[in-house]
Design a protein. Structure first.
Ligand code: GLY
Ligand code: MN
Ligand code: MN
Length: 444
């Protein structure tokens, strides 16, 4: 595995053909639900910035990239008419201001009729004669029978949780590139680099530009690690640093990894806590199997975080009581994970079935992003955390609950911000496979 341009040929053989057959079969079902005959998926095009001639970075429609790994060419359309070869209307203008995308040559392209089009207006001639029974996913100035029909999207989103073999391979590659980036970013931090330096090291090592990443990386030194979605990149190279948290993923053929690692600059109490959290996270991953209820996994995480807080002498009551009193929620205030795939927070986490019926979050679990029971073929993130967040902790200092917190220990560890460890896990027939740990292990 070198970079995206050198994906192994094997990816596009049987694996891709089976994937495409599955995407077609899912489209058939979804079209039936929406009472439509044909499907058109628009890649999208980047919006312009306000009062400017500059566009925002292009983010391709996730439905489009599930059909074809074309991520960087706006203005393309996928046309699917059941029983016929799918058609890719490929934006291929004559342009001397920009370099037109090369027509796809990779073996996956053999499964499509590829039609170069000079502009969107030229697409009409290659769409079904009448669009009255054609559904569109995306936005186009043409009169389609249905545009983004909910019944069609619900069906596709429900089935999207079950990854095809090709998708699992793409997610493995995305983890490989993410692991390369993480290793380099951590080395940069340990060598004295700033958040910005670590970010650049990450990009360089995973060979992706910032806008290609599946989400904005969180690169946090010291107390910045207590900000869950910390969004800045400080340039300062303070010598007095304590801790480093990086939540960053990579992209492969449009599939995302979503990985977090935390480390301490010293062999100290915080390093012990990180190591406790790392073990907790691996123990949690080991419990995952088909049938597991994600709401139970969330509760189990709280209990484990409660035990760790007690072990680390951060609280004065045991793990069970800490969960019952709401103490763990002050240190671990987010969901334990979510579906992962074409989008970092992949669609369909609450769908009961393909009809669009949903499964409610249980009371008291507002941060759940997945209420479905796990099934073989799902890929989820597992991302327990433990943070020292002033806006959550300070309000309870004078309350009865506050007496259960060892404030001296909090004071000692607060400068380190917090810890999150996040892996991407494939649910298998018998248990699970940790794609992220495998990717790091393979780097040696
Ligand atoms: N990186 C966003 C998340 O972990 O969900
Ligand atoms: Mn993450
Ligand atoms: Mn995540």
């Amino acid at each position: 595995m070198k970079n995206q341009q050198t994906a192994p040929e094997s990816l596009y053989g049987e694996l891709y053909r089976t994937h495409l057959a599955s995407v077609c079969a899912r489209a058939d079902k979804a079209l039936e639900r929406a009472d439509c005959d044909n499907l058109v998926v628009y890649s999208g095009a980047p919006p312009m910035q306000f009062l400017d001639d500059q566009a925002y970075p292009f983010k391709v429609n996730p439905h489009f990239k599930q059909w074809v790994p074309v991520l960087d060419n706006p203005g393309c359309l996928l046309v699917y008419q059941p029983g016929r070869r799918p058609r890719l209307l490929f934006n291929h203008p004559t342009d001397f201001w920009h370099k037109p995308a090369a027509l796809p040559q990779a073996p996956w392209a053999e499964a499509f009729d590829i039609v170069p089009i000079p502009n969107l207006a030229a697409a009409r001639a290659h769409l079904p004669d009448t669009l009255a029974r054609t559904a569109l996913i995306g936005e186009l100035p043409l009169k389609f029978g249905q545009v983004n029909p909910q019944s069609l999207l619900d069906s596709l989103h429900y089935h999207r949780a079950f990854k095809t073999g090709y998708e699992v391979e793409c997610l493995r590659h995305a983890n490989h590139f993410g692991a390369l980036g993480h290793r380099a970013a951590q080395a940069s931090f340990l060598a004295g680099g700033s958040e910005f330096d670590a970010h650049l090291a990450y990009l360089q090592a995973c060979n992706q530009r910032e806008e290609e990443l599946p989400y904005n990386s969180i690169v946090a030194i010291d107390t910045n690690a207590a900000v869950l979605h910390y969004q800045h990149l400080e340039r300062s190279r303070s010598t007095q640093r304590r801790s480093f948290l990086i939540d960053a993923g990579a992209n492969f053929n449009g599939y995302a990894s979503d990985i977090t690692r935390t480390c301490s600059a010293h062999e100290d109490d915080f390093a012990m806590l990180v190591s406790g959290m790392d073990q907790l996270q691996q123990d949690l991953c080991a419990t995952l199997r088909p049938g597991a209820d994600w709401a139970d996994v969330q509760m189990d995480t709280h209990l484990r975080v409660g035990h760790l807080l007690r072990e680390a002498d951060l609280i004065r009551i045991d793990g069970e009581a800490a969960v019952a009193e709401g103490l763990t929620a002050l240190f671990f205030p987010h969901g334990v994970g979510h579906l992962l795939g074409l989008q970092v927070h992949d669609a369909g986490g609450f769908l009961r079935d393909e009809s669009g019926a949903t499964i409610d979050k249980p009371p008291g679990q507002p941060f759940l992003r997945l209420t479905r029971r796990l099934e073989s073929g799902f890929v989820v993130t597992v991302e327990p955390g433990l943070y020292f967040i002033d806006p959550l902790l300070e309000p309870v200092r004078q309350m009865a609950l506050g007496r259960q917190i060892n404030w001296n220990r909090v004071k000692a560890l607060r400068p380190c911000g917090g810890i999150r460890i996040e892996d991407n896990v494939l649910i298998t027939e018998t248990g699970s496979e940790n794609l992220t740990r495998q990717a790091f292990a393979a780097l040696g």
